[in-house]
Design a binder for this molecule. Structure first.
Ligand code: SF4
Ligand code: SF4
Length: 246
Protein backbone atom coordinates (compact mmCIF):
# COMPACT_ATOMS: atom_id res chain seq x y z
CA UNK A 1 0.00 0.00 0.00
CA UNK A 2 1.38 3.42 -0.97
CA UNK A 3 1.67 6.20 1.64
CA UNK A 4 -1.05 8.18 -0.27
CA UNK A 5 -3.53 5.26 -0.18
CA UNK A 6 -2.86 4.78 3.55
CA UNK A 7 -3.53 8.49 4.23
CA UNK A 8 -6.74 8.39 2.16
CA UNK A 9 -8.01 5.34 4.10
CA UNK A 10 -7.23 7.01 7.44
CA UNK A 11 -9.00 10.18 6.31
CA UNK A 12 -12.10 8.18 5.15
CA UNK A 13 -12.25 6.37 8.51
CA UNK A 14 -12.02 9.73 10.35
CA UNK A 15 -14.85 11.19 8.20
CA UNK A 16 -17.00 8.14 8.93
CA UNK A 17 -16.53 8.51 12.71
CA UNK A 18 -17.35 12.24 12.51
CA UNK A 19 -20.47 11.46 10.44
CA UNK A 20 -21.62 8.86 13.00
CA UNK A 21 -21.07 11.39 15.83
CA UNK A 22 -23.15 13.95 13.91
CA UNK A 23 -26.07 11.53 13.39
CA UNK A 24 -25.86 10.54 17.05
CA UNK A 25 -26.03 14.21 18.12
CA UNK A 26 -28.97 14.79 15.77
CA UNK A 27 -31.17 12.10 17.23
CA UNK A 28 -30.36 12.18 20.92
CA UNK A 29 -31.27 14.62 23.66
CA UNK A 30 -30.65 14.71 27.37
CA UNK A 31 -33.72 15.04 29.62
CA UNK A 32 -33.60 17.04 32.85
CA UNK A 33 -34.61 14.11 35.01
CA UNK A 34 -32.36 11.48 33.53
CA UNK A 35 -28.76 11.72 32.50
CA UNK A 36 -29.09 8.81 30.07
CA UNK A 37 -29.73 9.76 26.46
CA UNK A 38 -32.91 8.76 24.66
CA UNK A 39 -34.16 9.00 21.07
CA UNK A 40 -36.18 12.20 20.72
CA UNK A 41 -39.49 12.23 18.90
CA UNK A 42 -42.02 15.02 19.27
CA UNK A 43 -45.25 16.24 17.76
CA UNK A 44 -47.13 19.04 19.50
CA UNK A 45 -50.62 17.87 20.47
CA UNK A 46 -51.79 21.51 20.93
CA UNK A 47 -52.89 20.68 24.48
CA UNK A 48 -51.74 24.21 25.49
CA UNK A 49 -50.49 22.91 28.85
CA UNK A 50 -47.30 24.94 28.36
CA UNK A 51 -49.29 28.19 27.90
CA UNK A 52 -51.32 27.50 31.05
CA UNK A 53 -48.38 27.17 33.47
CA UNK A 54 -45.51 28.76 31.66
CA UNK A 55 -44.08 31.30 34.11
CA UNK A 56 -41.88 34.13 32.76
CA UNK A 57 -41.09 33.71 29.05
CA UNK A 58 -37.63 35.00 28.03
CA UNK A 59 -37.68 37.58 25.25
CA UNK A 60 -34.84 38.00 22.77
CA UNK A 61 -33.76 40.57 20.16
CA UNK A 62 -35.27 38.19 17.56
CA UNK A 63 -38.70 38.72 19.15
CA UNK A 64 -38.26 42.50 19.42
CA UNK A 65 -37.18 42.67 15.77
CA UNK A 66 -40.17 40.55 14.66
CA UNK A 67 -42.60 42.73 16.65
CA UNK A 68 -41.01 45.93 15.31
CA UNK A 69 -41.32 44.65 11.70
CA UNK A 70 -45.00 43.78 12.31
CA UNK A 71 -45.71 47.04 14.18
CA UNK A 72 -46.91 45.28 17.36
CA UNK A 73 -44.22 46.16 19.96
CA UNK A 74 -46.69 48.37 21.88
CA UNK A 75 -49.08 45.40 22.31
CA UNK A 76 -46.40 43.50 24.24
CA UNK A 77 -45.08 46.40 26.37
CA UNK A 78 -47.64 46.07 29.23
CA UNK A 79 -46.54 42.45 29.76
CA UNK A 80 -42.78 42.95 29.60
CA UNK A 81 -40.63 43.14 32.70
CA UNK A 82 -37.06 42.63 33.86
CA UNK A 83 -36.66 39.42 35.84
CA UNK A 84 -33.78 39.31 38.35
CA UNK A 85 -33.03 35.60 38.47
CA UNK A 86 -31.84 33.74 41.58
CA UNK A 87 -28.43 33.21 39.89
CA UNK A 88 -27.90 37.01 39.77
CA UNK A 89 -28.54 37.39 36.04
CA UNK A 90 -31.35 39.38 34.46
CA UNK A 91 -33.75 38.47 31.65
CA UNK A 92 -36.27 40.46 29.68
CA UNK A 93 -39.50 38.44 30.05
CA UNK A 94 -43.19 38.31 29.34
CA UNK A 95 -44.51 38.42 32.88
CA UNK A 96 -47.64 36.45 33.81
CA UNK A 97 -50.52 38.43 35.30
CA UNK A 98 -51.25 37.86 39.00
CA UNK A 99 -53.91 35.17 39.36
CA UNK A 100 -57.52 36.25 40.16
CA UNK A 101 -58.42 36.34 43.89
CA UNK A 102 -59.61 33.12 45.51
CA UNK A 103 -63.20 32.90 46.74
CA UNK A 104 -63.79 35.34 49.62
CA UNK A 105 -60.63 37.36 48.84
CA UNK A 106 -60.93 41.02 47.86
CA UNK A 107 -60.16 41.77 44.20
CA UNK A 108 -57.08 43.98 43.81
CA UNK A 109 -56.66 46.22 40.74
CA UNK A 110 -54.93 44.37 37.87
CA UNK A 111 -51.41 45.74 37.38
CA UNK A 112 -48.85 43.75 35.39
CA UNK A 113 -46.07 45.76 37.04
CA UNK A 114 -47.54 45.29 40.51
CA UNK A 115 -45.53 44.05 43.43
CA UNK A 116 -46.18 40.35 42.91
CA UNK A 117 -42.71 38.76 42.71
CA UNK A 118 -42.17 36.78 39.52
CA UNK A 119 -41.26 33.76 41.68
CA UNK A 120 -44.93 33.66 42.75
CA UNK A 121 -46.05 33.55 39.14
CA UNK A 122 -44.03 30.59 37.91
CA UNK A 123 -47.11 28.38 37.59
CA UNK A 124 -49.41 31.07 36.24
CA UNK A 125 -50.69 31.13 32.65
CA UNK A 126 -49.09 33.24 29.94
CA UNK A 127 -50.79 36.68 29.80
CA UNK A 128 -51.34 36.18 26.07
CA UNK A 129 -53.24 32.90 26.37
CA UNK A 130 -57.03 33.08 26.12
CA UNK A 131 -58.30 30.36 28.42
CA UNK A 132 -61.93 30.50 27.22
CA UNK A 133 -61.06 30.24 23.52
CA UNK A 134 -58.08 27.98 24.27
CA UNK A 135 -55.80 29.92 21.94
CA UNK A 136 -52.67 32.02 21.82
CA UNK A 137 -53.66 35.63 21.12
CA UNK A 138 -50.38 36.37 19.36
CA UNK A 139 -49.68 33.07 17.59
CA UNK A 140 -47.98 34.59 14.51
CA UNK A 141 -45.89 36.84 16.76
CA UNK A 142 -45.25 34.30 19.53
CA UNK A 143 -41.76 34.48 21.05
CA UNK A 144 -38.92 32.27 19.85
CA UNK A 145 -39.00 30.50 23.21
CA UNK A 146 -42.55 29.26 22.45
CA UNK A 147 -41.44 28.07 18.99
CA UNK A 148 -38.74 25.79 20.36
CA UNK A 149 -40.57 24.55 23.49
CA UNK A 150 -39.96 22.00 25.05
CA UNK A 151 -36.51 21.58 23.45
CA UNK A 152 -33.60 23.73 24.58
CA UNK A 153 -29.94 23.91 23.57
CA UNK A 154 -27.28 24.96 26.09
CA UNK A 155 -24.36 25.43 23.71
CA UNK A 156 -23.42 21.76 23.88
CA UNK A 157 -26.45 19.54 24.52
CA UNK A 158 -30.14 19.51 23.73
CA UNK A 159 -32.41 19.31 26.78
CA UNK A 160 -36.11 18.56 27.16
CA UNK A 161 -37.22 21.15 29.71
CA UNK A 162 -40.68 19.66 30.27
CA UNK A 163 -40.62 15.88 30.36
CA UNK A 164 -44.39 15.86 31.00
CA UNK A 165 -45.18 17.62 27.72
CA UNK A 166 -47.67 15.26 26.01
CA UNK A 167 -45.99 15.84 22.64
CA UNK A 168 -42.81 14.05 23.76
CA UNK A 169 -42.66 10.55 22.30
CA UNK A 170 -45.46 11.26 19.77
CA UNK A 171 -44.73 9.57 16.45
CA UNK A 172 -44.76 11.38 13.12
CA UNK A 173 -41.71 13.59 13.44
CA UNK A 174 -39.82 13.73 10.16
CA UNK A 175 -36.06 14.26 9.83
CA UNK A 176 -36.84 17.76 8.49
CA UNK A 177 -39.04 18.52 11.55
CA UNK A 178 -36.21 17.41 13.84
CA UNK A 179 -33.66 19.54 12.00
CA UNK A 180 -35.98 22.56 12.16
CA UNK A 181 -36.62 22.08 15.87
CA UNK A 182 -32.92 21.69 16.61
CA UNK A 183 -32.12 24.81 14.55
CA UNK A 184 -34.78 26.81 16.42
CA UNK A 185 -33.41 25.61 19.79
CA UNK A 186 -29.90 26.62 18.71
CA UNK A 187 -31.14 30.01 17.50
CA UNK A 188 -32.90 30.54 20.85
CA UNK A 189 -29.64 29.80 22.66
CA UNK A 190 -27.66 32.29 20.57
CA UNK A 191 -30.37 34.98 20.74
CA UNK A 192 -30.72 34.56 24.52
CA UNK A 193 -26.95 34.80 24.91
CA UNK A 194 -26.94 38.05 22.89
CA UNK A 195 -29.70 39.47 25.08
CA UNK A 196 -27.99 38.36 28.31
CA UNK A 197 -24.79 40.14 27.24
CA UNK A 198 -26.57 43.36 26.20
CA UNK A 199 -29.19 43.66 28.95
CA UNK A 200 -26.94 44.33 31.99
CA UNK A 201 -24.94 46.91 30.01
CA UNK A 202 -28.07 48.70 28.75
CA UNK A 203 -29.74 48.54 32.16
CA UNK A 204 -26.64 50.06 33.83
CA UNK A 205 -26.44 52.86 31.25
CA UNK A 206 -30.16 53.64 31.47
CA UNK A 207 -30.11 53.70 35.33
CA UNK A 208 -27.10 56.07 35.24
CA UNK A 209 -28.85 58.35 32.72
CA UNK A 210 -32.10 58.41 34.77
CA UNK A 211 -30.10 59.17 37.96
CA UNK A 212 -28.14 62.00 36.28
CA UNK A 213 -31.34 63.51 34.83
CA UNK A 214 -32.98 63.42 38.28
CA UNK A 215 -29.95 65.08 39.89
CA UNK A 216 -29.88 67.75 37.18
CA UNK A 217 -33.61 68.46 37.66
CA UNK A 218 -33.13 68.72 41.47
CA UNK A 219 -30.22 71.12 41.06
CA UNK A 220 -32.21 73.28 38.65
CA UNK A 221 -35.19 73.31 41.05
CA UNK A 222 -32.90 74.29 43.97
CA UNK A 223 -31.24 77.08 42.00
CA UNK A 224 -34.70 78.63 41.48
CA UNK A 225 -35.57 78.53 45.21
CA UNK A 226 -35.72 81.70 47.33
CA UNK A 227 -33.21 82.08 50.22
CA UNK A 228 -36.09 81.60 52.65
CA UNK A 229 -37.24 78.28 51.06
CA UNK A 230 -33.64 77.05 50.89
CA UNK A 231 -33.16 77.77 54.62
CA UNK A 232 -36.38 75.81 55.35
CA UNK A 233 -35.16 72.88 53.26
CA UNK A 234 -31.76 72.92 55.06
CA UNK A 235 -33.62 72.76 58.37
CA UNK A 236 -35.70 69.75 57.25
CA UNK A 237 -32.58 67.93 55.98
CA UNK A 238 -30.70 68.65 59.24
CA UNK A 239 -33.61 67.27 61.26
CA UNK A 240 -33.62 64.10 59.16
CA UNK A 241 -29.92 63.58 59.91
CA UNK A 242 -30.31 63.98 63.69
CA UNK A 243 -30.16 60.67 65.61
CA UNK A 244 -33.67 59.43 66.44
CA UNK A 245 -34.53 58.38 70.03
CA UNK A 246 -34.53 54.57 70.42
S1 SF4 B 1 -45.52 21.92 23.43
FE1 SF4 B 1 -46.24 20.18 24.69
S2 SF4 B 1 -47.32 21.10 26.41
FE2 SF4 B 1 -47.13 22.67 24.81
S3 SF4 B 1 -49.02 22.53 23.59
FE3 SF4 B 1 -47.50 21.24 22.58
S4 SF4 B 1 -47.82 19.21 23.44
FE4 SF4 B 1 -48.86 20.62 24.82
S1 SF4 C 1 -47.14 33.57 23.72
FE1 SF4 C 1 -48.71 32.20 22.93
S2 SF4 C 1 -47.61 30.28 22.53
FE2 SF4 C 1 -46.32 31.50 23.92
S3 SF4 C 1 -46.89 30.80 25.98
FE3 SF4 C 1 -48.14 32.62 25.47
S4 SF4 C 1 -50.04 31.79 24.68
FE4 SF4 C 1 -48.52 30.14 24.60
Amino acid sequence: MTENNKNEQESDAKDEVEEQEQVKEETEVKTESEESKAKFTFKCTRCDKCCLARGPIPITFWDLELWARNGVVANFLPYMDIYSKPDGGIDLVLKPLPPPPKEGEEEKPRDPFGNVPIEDLLEVKCPLYNKEKKECLVYDNRPLSCRTYPLEFDGKNYTVVDVECPGIGEEGMTKEDLTEMRDTAKQMFFELTRMRIALPVLSQLISQKVMMDLMRQNMQAMSKMSDEDRAKLDEILKKDQEPQPE
